[in-house]
Design a protein around this ligand. Structure first.
Ligand SMILES: Nc1ncnc2c1ncn2[C@@H]1O[C@H](COP(=O)(O)OP(=O)(O)OP(=O)(O)O)[C@@H](O)[C@H]1O
Length: 834
């Protein structure tokens, strides 16, 4: 027994193990201290190196006398300076070792100001390479070895010469020089030629201004061109010659035409050169001195000055117009989606009830803990499982006893005894986790005799929720270690909730909606609420014009009628497609980037762009819906669940009956995040969570949450109806939008048929479609899609036209339409008689 140690803790906060990266991450103070050190070290080394070049001969003997304090080297940094310099310069890289103190000081500056580490690494990498290169080059030049190249430079050079010879060494060194220029300095042949071109341009400009100044509007002689520049002068000359030759050509052709005609030759580099054959113009004063008008450079022909005149027109520097979006932001500020309800006030925390005052927080009963511990130890002993250690973590509803079995006991043995242990402990709500994922321990969760209510108030007020940098933060409740559990709905991206009746599902939904109301402005999130029970979500009617979204022309925003749900789901699908188009046009990947771009006024509302609020679809009692509408709701739900994450539509689906025909494979596959309240059977638990456990919960908000891997037991935050009422009233009493957020209109198949479709408006393929339908005796749009290779919309329209023409009967739900014409000859007759 001596070995068994029981420790009870009110709260066990496990410090996560530090990763290797964290271990080696310096604090800000450490960085400043180390930064200063390196900076001064660099300066010290620099002085030491410099003085080494003057004193190295005198100090040579001192290097071996490092420990002899009586010797006094001449180096400015004494023994240290002499030794280090000898090492880096003489034995190392020669003169190029001077790069080292620079790099060291630079590292100091980077650390001191906490600058970009990657760039510093780049400096080191290239710095060392350059140092090596210079050292080898100097070794190449300085044949006898010495201070310039250092031992490394000399030896490397020697090595290269032995293996690749003189020419090889030159080539290798040249190659590395090119690598440096291209990779580090990012110079490419194109860039170099561009910069040469621009230099040439500048020379022309300079030339032009000088010529203008010197002649004050007089013609500039050809000689000026020649003399004005050296290298590039000849190229200008060549160009001018070419132009003059061309202009002669033009002149011949244009002699009879009007004298003033100008022929513009557009050069590659956008410099316009206007050839003017009139002598008067040639000698004339430049007409335009205005800044807005291109100035003209007038050049006289070499062969025959009387013959031809040429104006070289320089391009005017265009005014740099500020980027439009930046200008808009500068003038009007960023787009603020909240502006319309600028005075909106978020509900205060005091609208929520404080339950802790009643119960005084979690009560730990030492006796209860001791009793449970003894029962666990005894029970396991009966199965010959000895315990090395046991630890208790008291949560709001359950206490987790974490057991470390005696060495040699296999966890699988305990796992096999799971049911027996639960039976022996004989308490409702026992859950055994063997092993606890990521630990070598076994967890036994035992309910507390007195559970504590986790108030919504505490969940909202928690710093974890308040400081959550999430798109759609949900404060779900508290974990077994009493920490507030906050998740991002936007990351889930959809949530499936199940639980038998009365176990806390509706409270859970209210907690989710309350979380969003406390964190998101009405402009940022909209709810689509489906509540067939007509009771749970009705309270949210009050915030219809703030937070709800609905179909146009519907009275109530909260949908209680199942047939309306189908239209709403399809409308959401249309909204999804529209949003995808908007995202595509804006060239962004998700709603967050899109909205950021819209706020920065980079997207033009005239092109259909708008600020996109998140849309959260909540379906309470999904089972009802699936039973009545089946595939018609399953398909759009699955489509939304598969695709809607990027465009900000998130689904929360709750059901009492987690049976396989409600939570189908298709639904399950698209809802990785799930919450299970207590269910009545293990099978139900499997359906919702893919594992048991939900059947062993104790109800009243006790729940299991999974986002695809681990199961987390959470006590759901409790928010009562009066609390929700107070919040919705508070929001509802404030200034609202004129209407609920309107979803796109969806015209269902049944309502899409208007029997007075004009004959003229019929599709070109109408006759062909009628033949296909009559031949197959099957009135379905998908048949047309396949046979005529059409899109769904066109096929649907054709079916409507066929109905209007009396070829097929009306829409009959999921069944194909009845074909009213028996054969092709009757069809012909019908169409001819129209
Ligand atoms: N998180 C919670 N903390 C404490 N008590 C809770 C919690 N959740 C639910 N309860 C208790 O359980 C009762 C039933 O909860 P709730 O109405 O949410 O159940 P439900 O699963 O929605 O039932 P139904 O499906 O029949 O609507 C509540 O009235 C409340 O007393």
């Amino acid at each position: 027994m001596a070995k068994r140690k029981v420790s009870t803790k009110r709260k066990t906060v496990k410090k996560p193990k530090k990763s290797l990266k964290e271990k080696f991450t310096l604090s800000r103070q450490q960085k400043v201290v180390l930064g200063s050190f390196l900076f001064f070290l660099g300066i010290g080394l620099f002085f030491a190196f410099i003085s080494f070049f003057f004193n190295w001969k005198i100090d040579q003997s001192e290097i071996s006398e490092f420990y002899n304090r009586t010797s006094s080297p001449k180096n400015w940094l004494s023994k240290f300076g002499a030794t280090v310099s000898h090492f880096f310069i003489f034995k190392g890289f020669g003169v190029s070792a001077l790069i080292l103190p620079v790099l060291t000081s630079l590292s100091g500056v980077y650390l001191f100001f906490d600058l970009n580490k990657k760039r510093l690494l780049g400096f080191w990498f290239w710095g060392v390479l350059v140092m090596l290169w210079i050292s080898v080059v100097l070794g190449f030049v300085e044949k006898d070895g010495g201070l310039l190249a250092g031992v490394i430079g000399y030896e490397s050079n020697d090595f290269l010469r032995d293996y690749i010879g003189f020419i090889g060494t030159v080539l290798v060194l040249a190659f590395f020089a090119i690598v440096y220029i291209v990779v580090r300095l990012r110079y490419t042949p194109e860039k170099i030629s561009d910069s040469l071109k621009s230099t040439q341009k500048n020379i022309v400009k300079d030339y032009e201004s000088t010529s203008k100044a010197s002649t004050n509007g007089q013609a500039v002689s050809d000689n000026t061109v020649k003399n004005d520049t050296d290298d590039s002068g000849s190229s200008i000359k060549e160009r001018i010659d070419a132009i003059i030759a061309k202009s002669k050509d033009y002149r011949k052709k244009d002699e009879d035409k009007e004298k003033e005609k100008e022929v513009a030759i557009k050069k590659e580099d956008t410099k316009e050169i206007t050839l003017n054959p009139t002598v008067n113009d040639f000698y004339g004063d430049p007409k335009n001195r205005d800044n807005d008008v291109p100035e003209k450079l007038i050049i006289k022909s070499e062969d025959n000055p009387e013959d031809i005149a040429m104006e070289v027109e320089t391009t005017v520097e265009e005014e740099v117009v500020e980027n439009l979006s930046a200008k808009l932001v500068k003038d009007f500020g960023e787009f603020d989606p909240k502006l319309e309800l600028g005075n909106y006030k978020f509900p205060g925390i005091n609208l929520l009830k404080d339950y802790t005052t009643k119960t005084g927080g979690i009560t730990i009963d030492q006796g209860e803990l001791e009793e449970n511990k003894n029962r666990i130890v005894e029970t396991l002993k009966n199965y010959k499982i000895e315990i090395a250690q046991i630890k208790a973590t008291v949560g709001p509803t359950v206490t987790l006893y974490e057991i470390v079995p005696e060495a040699g006991i296999r966890i699988s043995k305990i796992k096999n005894l799971e049911d027996d242990i639960a039976l022996s402990l004989a308490a409702l709500g026992i859950r055994i986790i063997a092993p606890i994922p990521g630990k070598g321990t076994i967890g036994i969760e035992v309910p507390n005799k007195n559970s504590t209510i986790v108030s919504m108030r505490s969940a909202i007020a928690s710093s974890k929720f308040q400081n959550a940098e999430m798109e759609l933060p949900l404060s779900l409740g508290k974990t077994i270690s009493n920490e507030t559990f906050v998740v991002d709905l936007a990351k889930m991206p959809h949530l499936l909730m199940a639980g038998a009746t009365g176990q806390g599902k509706s409270v859970g939904l209210n907690a989710i909606l309350t979380s969003l109301l406390y964190k998101k402005h009405p402009a940022e999130v909209k709810f689509v609420l489906v509540d067939p029970k007509k009771v749970e979500l009705t309270l949210f009617n009050k915030i219809e014009r703030h937070y709800l979204a609905k179909l146009p022309d519907t009275e109530e925003a909260i949908i209680t009628d199942n047939t309306k749900v189908i239209n709403t789901l399809n409308s959401l699908c249309i909204e999804m497609d529209t949003r995808y188009d908007l995202l595509k046009n804006a060239m962004v990947r998700n709603i967050k980037e899109y909205n950021a771009k819209f706020k920065a006024r980079k997207l033009n509302p005239e092109n259909g762009h708008r600020f996109l609020p998140y849309i959260v679809l909540v379906v309470d009692e999904f089972a009802d819906l699936i039973m009545t509408a089946g595939k018609e709701v399953e398909t759009p739900i699955a489509r939304l669940a598969q695709l809607a994450r990027a465009i900000g539509i998130h689904l929360i689906i709750a059901t009492q009956r987690p049976s396989v025909n409600v939570i189908t494979g298709m639904i399950k596959a698209n809802f990785p995040a799930r919450i299970a309240f207590r269910v009545t059977s293990k099978i139900d638990s499997r359906t919702i969570l893919d594992t048991g456990g939900a059947d062993q919960l104790i109800g009243r908000g006790d729940m299991l949450f999974t986002q695809g891997n681990d199961l987390i037991r959470i006590q759901c935050a409790f928010v009562d109806t009066p609390e929700v009422e107070r919040i919705t009233e508070y929001i509802g009493s404030q200034k609202a939008y004129p209407d609920a957020h309107l979803l796109p209109e969806y015209i269902g198949e049944e309502s899409g048929t208007s029997l007075d479709i004009d004959k003229k408006d019929r599709d070109k393929l109408f006759a062909e479609a009628a033949e296909v339908i009559v031949t197959a005796q099957q009135g379905s749009a998908s048949l047309l899609q396949r046979k005529l290779k059409l899109g769904y919309n066109r096929a649907g329209r054709l079916i409507d036209q066929l109905e209007a023409a009396g070829v097929v009967g009306p829409f009959e739900g999921s069944k194909a339409r009845q074909v009213l014409v028996s054969d092709l000859s009757s069809l012909k007759q019908l169409l001819d008689n129209e």
